[in-house]
Design a protein around this ligand. Structure first.
Ligand SMILES: *[C@@H]1O[C@H](CO)[C@@H](O)[C@H](O)[C@H]1NC(C)=O
Ligand SMILES: [Zn+2]
Ligand SMILES: [Zn+2]
Ligand SMILES: [Zn+2]
Ligand SMILES: [Zn+2]
Length: 531
């Protein structure tokens, strides 16, 4: 009996010990990897923005330090040099990366050697470049010009920043708080202001993305922009607030900055609101590189609907330079709730801005359910394709759940001070600012008796939705909305709780009064170079 207990104990002790050892081994491996990761990233902050890559290079690549072939290793997203892991340390001595700031009056070409694109051509002799299987010929990391070793002497020393100069902030136009001349890395917070510079038609570009919401794809896109621009211009707003970046625009009130938002409509709205809060001079004009699910605003400004494939940054820069500045109405949405808690009346208010659409009822319910499931099981919602399937799924499920039934009896709709009477049986009301709704549906339509919809006329379009099934029909163009009309101001009194959404951001609200009023106009960039 005793013996048996003892053996059992021994067994469980052995088991326990092996568990502990296993755990320690795993933990030490993990921390080792992390330490390695951080070691690199500390280096990265000092000198280069290094990004690991694996064997996906389509052409033979050589290490810029030891000149031998590279299969895996690191690339600097800013100056473009390639390195073995073991060659990172010597690279610090051998190479200067692109500097964010400089005190030189004239910026000279800054050359990197070899690893040129396959179809490179020398700008002096127009013959092909970089074709030999060794590190040869040069590319300037600012103007992207490519020359033969032997042709370099024929080139002026001074760099004019090349084809995209109108969008580039030269390093000698950046003033840092610390006076550090060799600012590199993610040092946006120490940038104090931007100085005027002599480039004609200068519209300095700020590329803004949010790594927290966009993930690896955002990293990739931001890195590609670092290759072409000063890395001070490429900003991850999960690390620094948009308003501190926009202070730079205030330091040059007469210069029309361009901002490219890499993200969904939510990020665009955040930036537009920050601009409205912070900017004192000319408002920056905002373009979009769509990366969200709906991208309605990106669609109507012709920036596409969010392709999953790799983004060709040089094409985007060209499109930005030819883009047209257009005005976009922005609306304030004030929600005032008068509630009674234990007999005490309390008032709460919510203030939002809207540039796409605000809706109450079944359309918002679809979004609300979708977001709730996504928060519960985020891994199923990682890809945009799956997201679309789920949207569809929740749309159809809601056809059977009449949660928003009799909306017309629980809502008072007031347009420009007049109450709209005799609404038919509705399950949703939508207030629309732009022609694209629910990820690309041109819902309002056009025709003889339909008032024209414009994004800068100071009017919203108001329509009703009969049911979720009606949404599905409108999505495939089989039904018209129940058009109620246009207005400069819309007031909705909700007598009970309803799902609502503002620009794809869902919430529940009620009873309350929703007041939608024209707030201002944003300057947006519309792509006119559609190929
Ligand atoms: C803009 O200002 C309002 C009012 O001060 C504030 O509530 C809101 O959070 C600000 N928005 C942004 C994006 O900074
Ligand atoms: Zn090497
Ligand atoms: Zn570098
Ligand atoms: Zn150059
Ligand atoms: Zn040449």
């Amino acid at each position: 009996m005793r013996v048996q207990v003892l053996t059992e104990n021994i067994w469980s002790i052995t088991l326990f010990c092996s568990f502990v050892t296993g755990f320690i081994i795993i933990a030490s491996c993990v921390t080792k990897r992390r330490r390695r990761y951080f070691r690199h990233h500390r280096l990265v902050d000092d000198v280069h923005h290094l990004w690991p890559f694996d064997e996906y290079l389509i052409q033979p690549t050589l290490c810029n330090v030891c000149s031998s072939t590279l299969l895996t290793g690191f690339q600097c997203s800013s100056c473009g040099i390639y390195l073995h892991e073991r060659c990172i340390r010597p690279a610090r001595r051998l190479f200067h990366c692109k500097h964010m700031t400089s005190e030189q009056e004239q910026i000279q070409h800054q050359w990197t050697r070899g690893n040129l694109p396959l179809d490179s051509e020398c700008i002096i002799c127009r013959r092909s470049c970089g074709a030999e299987p060794r590190l040869c010929d040069y590319r300037c990391i600012w103007c992207q010009r490519i020359v033969h070793d032997s042709c370099m002497r024929a080139l002026p020393i001074e760099c004019d920043f090349g084809e995209y100069r109108r969008l580039i902030i030269p390093p000698n136009a950046v003033v840092s708080r610390t006076g550090n001349k060799k600012l590199v890395g993610y040092a946006h917070s120490v940038v104090e202001r931007i100085l005027p510079c002599g480039i004609d038609d200068w519209c300095p570009l700020l590329v803004i993305g949010n790594r927290k919401s966009g993930g690896a794809n955002t990293d990739l896109v931001l890195n590609s922009f670092r290759t072409y621009l000063n890395s001070v211009q490429v900003i991850d707003i999960s690390t620094i607030s948009p308003s501190s970046i926009l202070e730079w625009c205030n330091s040059l009130p007469d210069i029309g900055f361009y901002i490219l938002v890499c993200g969904g409509d939510g990020t665009v709205n955040w930036i537009l609101e920050s601009i409205e809060n912070t900017t004192s001079g000319i408002k920056p004009a905002v373009g979009i590189l769509p990366m969200g699910t709906g991208n309605d605003l990106a669609r109507i400004l012709q920036w596409g609907y969010g392709e999953d494939s790799a983004v060709d940054v040089s094409t985007y820069l060209k499109k930005l330079m030819t883009a047209k500045v257009v005005a976009l109405d922005r609306w304030s949405v004030d929600i005032c709730a008068n509630a009674r808690h234990f007999g005490v009346a309390t008032a709460s208010a919510r203030h939002m801005r809207m540039s796409n659409y605000f809706s109450v009822g079944c359309d918002a319910l679809v979004t609300l359910n979708f977001h709730r499931r996504r928060d519960k099981i985020p891994e199923f919602f990682a890809s945009r394709f799956v997201n679309k399937l789920h949207y569809f799924h929740y749309g159809t499920v809601d056809t059977f759940l009449k949660e928003c039934k009799d909306l017309q009896n629980n809502v008072i709709l007031e347009m420009d001070g007049r109450i709209v009477e005799n609404l038919p049986a509705l399950e949703g009301i939508c207030i629309l600012n732009i022609p694209s709704w629910g990820a690309g549906v041109r819902v309002w339509g056009a025709g003889e008796n339909i008032p024209v919809q414009q994004i800068d006329d100071g009017f919203v379009e108001v329509f009703g939705i009969y049911s979720s099934f009606h949404i599905a029909q409108m999505q495939v163009g089989l039904a018209d909305p129940f058009r109620i009309g246009q207005a400069r101001r819309v007031k909705l009194t909700l007598k009970r709780r309803f799902p609502c959404q503002c620009d794809g951001e869902p919430f529940e609200e009620g009873p309350c009064v929703v007041d939608i009023e024209h707030f201002s106009q944003a300057r947006m960039l519309m792509n006119i170079d559609i190929k």
